[in-house]
Design a protein around this ligand. Structure first.
Ligand code: SF4
Length: 375
């Protein structure tokens, strides 16, 4: 049964809000931390499993709150070990996440920040859904905790790179970061969290100022304003403007920045594209009179950040059924492109799509769930 949406989502509550709610129910003050630790340290979302709470409190939590904000509809396990989850929110909107074990640093979960997306990038399956629902912080965290429960172990990193544009749901993203980095929560370093964006200047400035040391992944994909406009119509088109805001992010925020570049056959995989990308990764030729550039250059201790080129993650585009005009570049071209970047002094990683044997492209499983198709 999908739970009643009127009840607040337990995972959404801050420690203070939880304390106030439990105080009102006549519980001693220490219970709030106890419940909060179960939720956010251990990732246990079912009150019935919070074994050191009195039975009456467990029942009361289950009755007064929505404790299970996502209903599992599908799980797909890939040959490479990654696992894709498809859930529905209480309002019936699809949500998907991918658990990716086996990185050299451990495991990561890639979660959705929105159900669907309003930005309509041409190559993206999620964009075809339109925006179905803004996810709350609790719904975003539930993806991590439920993936961990499946995995049977804590996960090392959270990547907000699933369905949706995180910068268009910044309030929920802020709370997720606060809860994961709080001493009473996971006590994570912000460096374990990566926020991905297609590039929206105003919220990027907010992110830079207010989310110190959170990693940023910019989905660049195209290096000319004309192509970004054509294929990513609602993202910032102007590469110069993006370079300014990345420079600002690097110096003001201190978080690591990577450039994500999906190679699409004949669209962005030529030598001239590699040369433009190399120039972009060096953030070369910034207008020193630009407001953001000036403020960044005047930041305290800018010298601690070396002006190295940004790291580029290259991946062959993962094709989706609804956008057949976009096809992946052949492997030989991916390697040539990587070599051109390396020869220009740009640090590059060639990534391989995880879970190519399952509906792994962002939005693919969600589309099937969102259309009510059997999975
Ligand atoms: S690529 Fe990202 S921003 Fe663009 S439509 Fe897809 S989910 Fe939205």
């Amino acid at each position: 049964m999908v739970e009643n949406t009127v009840r607040p989502i337990l995972l959404d509550l801050t420690l203070e809000q939880l304390g106030a709610a439990l105080k009102q129910a006549g519980q001693p003050a220490y219970r709030a931390k106890q419940v909060y630790h179960w939720l956010h340290r251990r990732g246990v979302i079912d009150p019935a499993a919070m074994t050191d709470l009195p039975a009456a409190l467990r029942t009361a939590l289950a009755e007064q709150f929505t404790t299970w904000p996502l209903l599992l509809k599908a799980t797909q396990v890939s040959r490479d070990g990654s696992v894709k989850f498809g859930w529905l929110t209480p309002a019936g909107a699809p949500v998907e996440a991918v658990l990716m074990p086996g990185f050299n640093y451990g495991s990561a979960v890639c979660v959705s920040s929105q159900s669907g997306c309003s930005l309509g990038c041409g190559f993206c399956q999620t964009g075809r859904l339109g925006l179905r629902e803004q996810l709350s912080a609790g719904m975003i965290l539930a993806q991590l905790y439920l993936a961990e429960a499946h995995h049977g172990a804590a996960v090392d990193r959270l990547v907000l790179m699933g369905m949706g544009e995180p910068l268009l749901n910044l309030g929920a993203v802020r709370r997720v970061v606060e809860m994961l980095t709080a001493a009473e929560g996971r006590d994570w370093s912000p460096r374990r969290i990566t926020v991905s964006t297609v590039g929206l200047v105003k919220p990027l400035v907010t992110l830079a100022r207010e989310f110190p040391r959170v990693n940023l992944a910019l989905s660049l994909h195209f290096t000319t304003a004309e192509k970004r406009q054509r294929h990513m119509p609602r993202a910032e088109a102007d590469p110069e403007r993006l370079a300014e805001v990345l420079h600002f992010y690097r110096l003001i925020n201190g978080g690591k920045i990577t450039l994500e570049y999906a190679l699409m056959d004949g669209l962005n995989d030529r030598e001239r594209d590699a040369r433009r990308l190399a120039r972009f990764a060096r953030l070369a030729g910034l207008d020193e009179e630009n407001e953001l550039v000036r403020e960044a250059n005047e930041a305290p201790e800018p010298a601690r950040l070396q002006p190295l080129p940004l790291h580029v993650n290259l991946i062959a585009y993962n094709p989706v059924p609804a956008a057949r005009e976009y096809q992946p570049s052949p492997e030989s071209r991916v390697n040539e492109f990587a070599t051109l970047l390396k020869d220009s002094g740009i640090p590059v990683t060639v990534r391989h799509s995880r879970g190519t044997d399952i509906s792994a492209a962002c939005g693919q499983l969600g589309t099937e769930l969102g259309n009510g198709e059997a999975v």
